[in-house]
Design a protein. Sequence first.
Length: 191
Amino acid sequence: MFEELSGGPLPNGRYPDITLAIFPHLREFLVVDTREPQVAISVMPTDTVFNDEYYRAVESEFGSLLREGGDRPFLHLMHLPGQLDDILRGVAMNFILDRLGVNFHDEDNLPEVVVFVISGPTLAIPKDQVVDGFSEMLTDRLDPSDLERWKRKLGDLIQLETEAFPPTNEVLGETMTNESLDPYYIWQNRN
């Protein structure tokens, strides 16, 4: 099941060094670090990543990017949303890896990371299937009692995400407001 959800082992036949299970509506996420023979699994609070230092780094990166308009300012502005997305994700990943003790100076040995977002379609899959699939990569690497404990924790997090996930019609209602008619709406890149 994990192979279906994450694309399976990496091309070299191994599972990733670090797997992150992100729950968009929760204030914590699961980290599975298989870089050492003894697998390290932890629940990391989001505020260890998204703190003042993170926001200052994003502001600095975005400030530099914003001023790069050059001789094509409209084209530059149209590409900003995608570039901002890259900055937000990149800085977040750097902060997560920093908290996990990754040495960024050794570029040849950077870990392979898979981010598993548990929302939308994943929540439609029975919880037990997701938990069992996620634990496949850990079966031979963890003591059975530890594996069961982490399976329960993952199941609890999935349940909390399911309960926090707004119904589809509520999300649609939020997007269909008068703000969608704002004049700045025309700046969205529809290509």
